[in-house]
Design a protein around this ligand. Structure first.
Ligand code: ZN
Length: 282
């Protein structure tokens, strides 16, 4: 990128692109856009395969908005809180969250009915490792070509991400050479590396230097006075960055496989009631 003059950084846009890269890198490495819990074991005996098939059908018919509201109801039910936040504002990032989570749930349930690994799991781990390691243009080109040819990456329309890296090879290789790039081999550091690269590439797309983007996003203030602090006309105040939004649109289920199935069960029960009561079938 060209000049590095003191121009204002659009933190909103930077935040949006950070989230897009975060998901794209996760799909490359793990086969799923968000790190989540996985229903790796069989459901409790009271949940039948017939029921699971009907859940999949119901989820596929559900709009993102309905998913989001049902999820909020389920969270409120579990935490025995007031349900007033159910009708709270629905932001674009919430709908985005709902879209991915719904896809993830459908995939989880289908995987249980038809156990099958994420396409080329070992291969994609290797691709990710090679992307992190690549030091030369030919090495980077090889990884990006293989990344773009993964069937699910193509199906999800994510091939633009390796293309962006190839179009900005110099910036990409330079940010990996920076002393701040996490070098340790541990799993925790791998997540830090992913975030570092997501932030840097967000900067490239917004037109600021990767290191500026990495520092600005790392140090963003999430409380009053922060760049994405928002006040609704109704008085509600919140940080609208994707991290805070994800934290607020938390999933019902968190801990372990049993919790996952119980959370799904509650979610589907509420989804069924809501549809029946309001008679809506959008
Ligand atoms: Zn925030």
């Amino acid at each position: 990128m060209g000049k590095r003059g003191p121009k204002p950084v659009d933190m909103g846009l930077l935040n949006v692109w950070e989230f897009e890269w975060y998901k794209a890198f996760h799909v490359l490495r793990d086969g799923t856009p968000l790190p989540g819990s996985h229903a790796v074991t069989a459901p409790p005996p009271h949940i039948s395969k017939v029921q699971i098939r009907s859940w999949i059908q119901r989820l596929k018919e559900m709009s993102e908005e309905e998913w989001l509201k049902t999820n909020r109801r389920a969270c409120a039910t579990i935490s025995e809180k007031e349900v007033s936040e159910i009708d709270g504002p629905i932001r674009d990032v919430d709908l985005e969250f709902a879209r991915w989570e719904k896809a993830d749930e459908i995939a989880e349930l289908e995987r249980y009915l038809n156990p099958r690994k994420i396409p080329a799991q070992n291969e994609r781990r290797m691709l990710w490792a090679n992307l992190v390691r690549a030091r030369t243009a030919p090495a980077l080109k090889k990884v990006c070509d293989e990344w773009a040819s993964l069937p699910d990456v193509r199906a999800w329309g994510l091939t633009c991400y390796p293309a962006h890296i190839l179009a900005n090879m110099g910036e990409f290789l330079r940010m990996k050479r920076d002393v701040r790039f996490p070098k340790s081999e541990s799993v925790t550091f791998d997540e830090s590396r992913l975030e570092y690269l997501a932030r840097g590439m967000a900067g490239v797309l917004v037109g600021v230097s990767p290191m500026t983007a990495i520092e600005r996003l790392r140090n963003i203030k999430h409380t009053q006075g922060g760049p994405l602090w928002t006040k609704e006309p109704g008085g509600l105040k919140y940080c609208k960055c994707w991290r805070c939004s994800l934290a607020s649109s938390r999933r019902v289920y968190k801990w372990g496989a049993e919790g996952w199935w119980n959370g799904m069960s509650l979610f589907m029960e509420l989804a069924g009631k809501r549809l029946h009561r309001k008679g809506e079938g959008r």
